[in-house]
Write a protein that binds this ligand. Structure first.
Ligand SMILES: NC(=O)c1ccc[n+]([C@@H]2O[C@H](COP(=O)([O-])OP(=O)(O)OC[C@H]3O[C@@H](n4cnc5c(N)ncnc54)[C@H](O)[C@@H]3O)[C@@H](O)[C@H]2O)c1
Length: 262
């Protein structure tokens, strides 16, 4: 008898939206979710990079398309939600990975920075969840993963607005999860909290802090326990959380940082 083992995670027939999918963690998540069989719409404000990322997934034989979206723009989300509902009549997965980091101090100059950071990291996450829920509600099921950060758990000198925005993402995740569960919906909402990861944002943080912290290596040894994470390592956790394997997980805020904040 030939026994063919079913794949551990199979997303065949599912439709996924991934924001911030032109680079880093969002891109790796889109690749992993598509490789597990889902059809993935990659969303990013960087048009050239998002279509290149979608084309590369397509060239590997998986189903993906790229589309420009500024996550801070509620009208763009509404248009996307209407299109997804009309074309597919369903949505199974949303990964909110788009995010920005800005460097600031607690003083009067902080007002513009925190507004910019909150518009993308917090309002973008709210718009994304609201849009996804409109499409998921009729079927009553779905999975949402919001990318927060370990920066949302402790103080962040020089990055206060970023840390505050990620604390807000953790809280939004927990509240949404409880609210949807109480409403009797099988829509699971979880947050992933990476430590320092190699990516566009990772490079930006290295550029900002390595001089004042005595060079790149010393900075990395202060921010990581040995080495930065790789986007694919974060994507594997995201893949698990959006799959049926995580059917009993909702409202969790999962740290992934190789013991850095343990
Ligand atoms: N790199 C890290 O060390 C780290 C650690 C913890 C959490 N995170 C979080 O992971 C997520 C992904 O970041 P990354 O590290 O992959 O960085 P990245 O800079 O490589 O990728 C972020 C992507 O988001 C896109 N983006 C930014 N603003 C957008 C907007 N308004 N609309 C649409 N797209 C937008 C960018 O164009 C980019 O493609 C972010 O939410 C970030 O805060 C990163």
């Amino acid at each position: 008898m030939n026994v063919v083992a079913a794949p551990w995670i199979d997303l065949t027939g599912r439709l996924a939206l991934v924001t911030g999918a032109a680079s880093g963690i969002g891109k790796a998540a889109a690749e992993a979710i598509a490789a597990a069989g889902a059809s993935v719409v990659l969303l990013d404000r960087d048009e050239a990079k998002v279509s290149a990322a979608a084309d590369a997934i397509g060239a590997d034989g998986h189903r993906a398309s790229g589309r420009v979206l500024d996550v801070a723009d509620a009208a763009q989300w509404r248009a996307l939600g209407a299109e997804v509902a009309a074309e597919h009549g369903r949505l199974d997965i949303l990964v909110n990975a788009a995010g920005i980091a800005r460097f600031d101090r607690i003083d009067a100059e902080m007002t513009p920075t925190y507004r910019e950071v909150f518009a993308v990291n917090v309002e973008g996450t709210i718009h994304g969840m609201a849009t996804a829920l409109d499409v998921m509600r009729p079927a009553g099921r779905g999975a949402i993963v919001n990318i927060a950060s370990t920066a949302g758990l402790k103080g962040n000198p020089g990055m206060a607005s970023y840390g505050a925005s990620k604390a807000a993402v953790i809280h939004l995740t927990r509240s949404a999860a409880r609210e949807l569960n109480l409403a009797g919906l099988d829509v699971r909402v979880n947050a992933v909290l990476p430590g320092f990861v190699e990516s566009g944002m990772g490079d930006q943080v290295i550029d900002r802090f390595s001089d004042t912290m005595g060079g790149r290596d010393r900075m990395l040894s202060a921010f990581t326990s040995g080495r930065p994470g790789r986007p694919r390592e974060i994507a594997d956790l995201i893949l698990f959380l959006v799959s049926d394997r995580a059917s009993f997980m909702s409202g969790s805020a999962v740290v992934i940082d190789r013991a850095q904040s343990a």
